[in-house]
Design a protein around this ligand. Structure first.
Ligand SMILES: [Mg+2]
Length: 389
């Protein structure tokens, strides 16, 4: 079997975007003079790669990280490495792509591009063998996947309370809120961030996990102080308090606090996660399979993490991550971005693919009989997209 074609499609959203009081800390929000410190972190486009074989199989992969650049990397750099190759040789093809791009790659958009291709190759493998990808990666390690609700974007305490109560009533046993007040708002902002957590804890009681997202928005001194103030609310974890490269500072924070620290949403490959493990920097890894190096690399990171007692709870509730969670003992649960109006970009994939898993009673299920990743591209309702091929 040979790879016959590699094509990319950039889906650019041109429809309505819901504007709310959605504000949260970002790396840019730590700087003064920022009119809109969230702009670079909203993403209203998505990249899809389709790989076809000479035997009539098609695999679909995707990337959410800077999709316009990712498209260019696949079209101009990776495609030529893939044509004519056997798509089932996923280990070899990953190495070929990684080693060919290592001089300018290793992280970021290049890894997102490699990941999208790797996901498509595993999708083909699943179709050829007539098995879902999770069955090829180890099979079922849990009857269904516990998931936590990832929203609570509002800073309005009444809305926050109503939202949290609603998710609990739907059967979710975990939920994540965002730090609504950036570093530049200082001590007063920190108090408000703590107040947000307090309100959610008081609303849902002690038996629901609460996670707090900082999206790389703080520095060491702020993070240390914030963690101290959050101690009474027994968070399940505090997420991405610092920039991804501040591994040594994560390690210092981890020494200092009992609150589990999570990160890795913006880390790449087994090398990046090995560095985090060597430094004993985090309690929970949150790679996204469509950035970290695809299924091929995600499996290796899960093994490393398990050896060090680190949990893997991937970023994003898309199918590619659910296959990892289902097949790996290192991974106890998944994130869930529900289908909503377009607001920050995390919800975009619902409008492009059919077959994404919908949570019921706080859990997600994968079909034992659906081969590959289990996604198809929507053919209708695409009028709100510019699709660039
Ligand atoms: Mg995150």
């Amino acid at each position: 079997m040979k790879i016959q074609s590699v094509t990319t499609k950039l889906y650019q959203w041109k429809g309505p975007v819901k504007t709310t009081d959605t504000i949260f800390a970002t790396p840019l929000s730590a700087l003064p003079f920022q009119d809109d410190s969230q702009a670079p972190f909203r993403f209203f486009s998505w990249l899809v790669v389709e790989i076809k074989t000479d035997e009539g199989h098609t695999g679909i992969g995707n990337a959410g990280l800077c999709p316009d650049v990712t498209k260019l990397i696949i079209d101009s750099k990776l495609k030529g490495l893939l044509l004519g190759e056997n798509p089932l040789n996923t280990e070899y093809l990953y190495e070929k792509m990684y080693r060919s791009s290592v001089a300018y790659g290793r992280k970021g958009a290049v890894l997102a591009a490699i990941s999208a291709v790797d996901i498509a190759l595993w999708d083909i493998k699943g179709h050829v063998l007539q098995q879902p990808v999770f069955m090829l990666m180890g099979g079922r390690t849990k009857p269904s996947i516990p998931t936590y609700y990832s929203r609570l974007y509002t800073r309005n305490l009444d809305s926050l309370q109503a939202e949290a109560a609603h998710y609990k009533s739907e059967g979710f046993t975990g939920m994540k809120l965002r730090c609504g007040y950036p570093l530049t708002e200082g001590t007063a902002g920190m108090k408000k961030n703590v107040e947000m957590v307090k309100v959610v804890r008081e609303t849902v009681g002690d038996d629901v996990d609460i996670m707090l997202e900082a999206y790389m928005g703080f520095n060491f001194a702020y993070a240390k102080e914030l963690l101290r103030a959050l101690e009474p609310y027994h968070l399940r974890w505090a997420e991405e308090l610092l920039l991804p490269d501040e591994i040594h500072l994560f390690a210092k924070l981890k020494e200092y606090t009992d609150i589990p620290l999570s990160g890795g949403e913006h880390e790449y490959t087994r090398y990046g996660f090995h560095d985090l493990l060597q430094a004993d920097a985090l309690d929970i890894f949150q790679f996204d399979t469509n950035r970290v190096g695809g299924f091929t690399e995600a499996l290796k990171i899960c093994t490393l993490a398990q050896m060090h007692g680190v949990e893997v709870i991937p970023h994003g509730g898309q199918m590619h991550n659910l296959h990892v969670v289902m097949s790996q003992f290192a991974s106890p649960m998944a994130e869930y971005f529900p289908q909503t109006e377009i607001e920050v970009g995390n919800e975009m994939f619902w409008y492009i693919f059919d077959g994404e898993a919908i949570a019921e009673g706080g859990r997600l299920q994968l079909d034992d009989h659906k081969p590959g990743v289990g996604l198809t591209l929507k053919t209708q309702g695409l009028e709100n997209f510019n699709i660039i091929e």
